[in-house]
Design a protein around this ligand. Sequence first.
Ligand code: KE4
Length: 428
Amino acid sequence: MSRNTELFERASRAIPGGVNSPVRAFRSVGGTPPFIQRAQGPYLWDAEGARYIDYIGSWGPAILGHADPEVVRAVQAAAEGGLSFGAPTEAEIQIAEAIIDRIPSIEQVRLVSSGTEATMSAIRLARGHTGRHKIIKFEGCYHGHSDSLLVKAGSGMLTFGNPSSAGVPPEFVQHTLVLDYNDLVAVETAFAQYPDEIACIIVEPIAGNMNLVRPAPGFLEGLRTLCSRYGALLIFDEVMTGLRVGPQGMQGLCGITPDLTTLAKIIGGGMPVGAFGGRTEIMADIAPLGAVYQAGTLSGNPVAVAAGLVTLRRLAEPGFYERLHAQTGKLIQGLIDCARRHGVPFSGDWQGGLFGIYFRDSIPTSLADVSACDQDAFKRFFHGMLDAGVHFAPSAFEAGFVSSTHDDAVIQETLTVADRVFAELAAN
Ligand code: KE4
């Protein structure tokens, strides 16, 4: 029995599904997940000593590559000064100022410990600030696992959502409207039907949780216009896109200013940090200033903040995102060329260090398009690459991530393996 299999069996006895987050269990691709022992730069090593080129990047945080020496030193130094105080620190001011400097819409920011906490708090703030209850989210967008967001579209276009998870009472999602991503008409209709009841729209400004799906031209602009017209808050959930697709997140690329922004992943550099922020007049409603309660024992944790601060400073280096976008482009264009040489229906898209790969001829523009991709081809591609030491995300509905350590040699090694895997796909 392989060491990974042994560990997975032992893990499954102690932990539900053997993992602490469902996607890690490989249920959508099958097989046994490698148990990672260490990582460095673009590489992971598993319990059997096998090395993988990593395109998961911890689902986004590892933008500087794994175990960046400067980040590790900062974590060690912070830890030697104490792990957690439950009292304010200067470092929290520094990272708040760094986030405010980078994200155009943020005048004040509150730190939390995960993306779920960030979005849950931002929605509570939007409801408290507006005095309204209803929220709009989009099918295929994921904003963490707080109850009112674990919801799938209702039967009719404008019916309220049904829980997408056991344990969520229908009453908890009765105010959540689930619409199709890129369907601005549905949003207009919702506001026309509930003109003074919608507290906010929460949206991934580039969707990364139904694989990568871009906003259609005019979609984000339309959300901004409608929220302004009807007095609802526009929340950009940039947990994944923030500082991943560009130095100011997607809002810096598209030039649209949301009322609130949620962040996590990269701002912690691999340690547990999330954040939500926006205009001071909105953030003034958050406790202890205002009536919207929000709290957290480890919020602003000094060790996590130390990792985030070094990461944010390094991302500000001149040319960082141009280089990152170019490297990701070499990967995706190379995969497209490989697939085309072997006649495999395939397409890909990327922005900064975020990418999507699709087993269909054209880039998807909706969840329905992504669902129509050849899932079997993806699974065979995934395992063919994994067996040859290249670890993509274990789901056809997830985006992929490139770090600044994925240099030309790493990309070329990936493409050499991919050429063999696409040839096998074409042959069978
Ligand atoms: P966390 O609570 O997992 O830190 O963040 C939730 C979240 C919120 N918003 C967006 C846009 C996100 O992508 C996420 C989390 N992303 C997933 C990747 N699909 C995390 C991976 C996982 O669930 O294990």
